[in-house]
Design a protein around this ligand. Structure first.
Ligand SMILES: Cc1ncc(COP(=O)(O)O)c(C=O)c1O
Length: 436
């Protein structure tokens, strides 16, 4: 098929997520390798967002492809309760080695939303409480409870769910900026008191918030949340679906603060998206609760053998190629390239990064710090910037007043500089719109 045929037939017969369908303008992709992907016509793109922040090891790694081929030739699937497989056994044991602290039991799902759904079920069953605290600047997935816990605008069109309570984040947007860890924790404690601590099963939070702005919490915040949860018997759920598996230069982002959550949800980088898979990791004492009581969840494809094989092979690639340490090292270069953009471009209002998890926030007024596009909105300048990146063969997410810098962890220094050179030229578009 030609590129145009692929686009036309896809648009006619398939739905694109979260989008006004007439506005969708997909890039047809024929193949991908390393940090690049290619259209059927051979146009090359730098994948500067690792697709949906998930292809952490880069595209088409031969070791993972072979593991998947070997597994499907041997055994693709067995029923997840009452049967088990060697790859499932090995994956559970491997994740127990890398997960924070005493998290060493895993329930496997098909993706991140299901990991969070099951984390809520576990927390409610374990504590006997119903409320879930979540933050406004968050995305936790598209299924019923996960989207209800989500605080950002994608939740607005969904039915609200009793028992979900949203709290403010330490970050208040580019104009108002950050609260200190102390201010944020004092506010959180007040909400907990007013809601009734004995009614709250869990607090879910992204360790480093992803889609809503690469929000790196101030030092002390995560430790403070852990202490508050401990004091009130509330389970702490770290959503590491996007921030896990080396993205921030540690296995999990929460490792930066030495905090052990009670439950940890993961997906994306677990298999680097070669096969869909998610998981919720559980501390031993919580998992033991289900030793003599039924576990309150199940999925036909839980522990799917193909996904387990893909995950095991992916984890081996992280280790063999030392990708976690490499992300930390390359992340230092990325931080300096981001700082350089901030110093030279008047439209850059803020840059943030941890490892290879990065973002540039754009402003149109240096004194008021008004964003280049409104919250949940767009603007001609942001649209033009997105168009420029696409023309120049740089793929990344451009959202509201910001865009991401989230390459595969395998990116070389030269490739990173090449991508930043495109960004540098693109920012001339937004610089022209800056007043004040
Ligand atoms: C932090 C976070 N949690 C959960 C999800 C949902 O994961 P999935 O789309 O695999 O259901 C996402 C997806 O982007 C995410 O970024």
């Amino acid at each position: 098929m030609t590129s145009d045929e692929i686009i036309a037939l896809s648009k006619k017969h398939t739905i694109s997520e979260w989008s006004v369908q007439n506005a969708v303008d997909p890039i047809p992709v024929a193949r991908a390798e390393g940090i690049y992907f290619y259209t059927p016509d051979g146009k090359r793109y730098i994948d500067f967002n690792s697709q949906l922040m998930c292809v952490n090891i880069g595209h088409s790694d031969a070791r993972v492809v072979k593991a998947i081929q070997d597994q499907i030739a041997q055994l693709a699937y067995v029923i997840p309760a009452g049967m088990t497989t060697e790859v499932r056994a090995r994956l559970g044991a491997k994740l127990a080695q890398i997960a924070p602290g005493d998290i060493d039991v895993f329930f496997f799902t098909n993706g991140g939303a299901e990991a969070n759904e099951n984390a809520f079920k576990i927390a409610r069953a374990y504590t006997g409480r119903q409320k879930i605290l979540a933050r406004y600047r968050s995305y936790h997935g598209g299924t019923a409870a996960a989207i209800a816990a989500t605080g950002e605008p994608r939740s607005w069109s969904q039915p609200p769910m009793p028992g979900i309570v949203h709290v403010l984040d330490p970050y208040h947007g580019i104009e108002r900026g950050w609260d200190t860890a102390e201010q944020s924790l004092r506010y959180l404690e007040e909400v907990i008191q007013l809601e009734g601590p004995q009614t709250i099963a869990a607090f879910i939070l992204e360790s480093v918030t992803g889609t809503n702005g690469v929000l790196i919490p101030p030092d002390g915040y995560m430790q403070g949340v852990r202490a508050l949860c401990d004091r009130h018997g509330i389970l702490m759920i770290a959503d590491e679906v996007m921030s896990g598996f080396g993205r921030t230069g540690e296995w999990f982002a929460i490792d930066h603060w030495g905090v052990v959550p009670d439950l940890i949800s993961m997906a994306k980088g677990l298999t680097s998206a070669y096969v869909p898979m998610g998981a919720v990791g559980i501390r031993r004492r919580i998992a033991d609760h289900f030793a003599d009581k039924p576990f309150p969840g199940g999925l036909t494809y839980s522990s799917h053998a193909l996904a387990c094989a893909a995950a095991l092979a992916t984890l081996q690639v992280y280790e063999e190629d030392d990708l976690i340490a490499r992300a930390k090292r390359t992340g230092q270069l990325m931080a300096s390239l981001l700082a350089d953009l901030a110093a030279r471009h008047p439209s850059v209002g803020a840059v943030r990064s941890l490892g290879l998890f990065g973002i540039v926030e754009l402003i149109r007024n240096r004194s008021t710090r008004a964003p280049m596009a409104a919250f949940n909105g767009t603007s001609p300048e942001m649209a033009a910037l997105g168009k420029f990146f696409r023309q120049e063969g740089l793929f990344t997410f451009v959202r509201w007043n910001y865009f991401f810098t989230n390459p595969p962890l395998t990116i070389t220094d030269d490739q990173l500089r090449e991508a930043f050179a495109i960004i540098d030229r693109g920012l001339e578009i937004t610089d022209k719109a800056v007043e004040g």
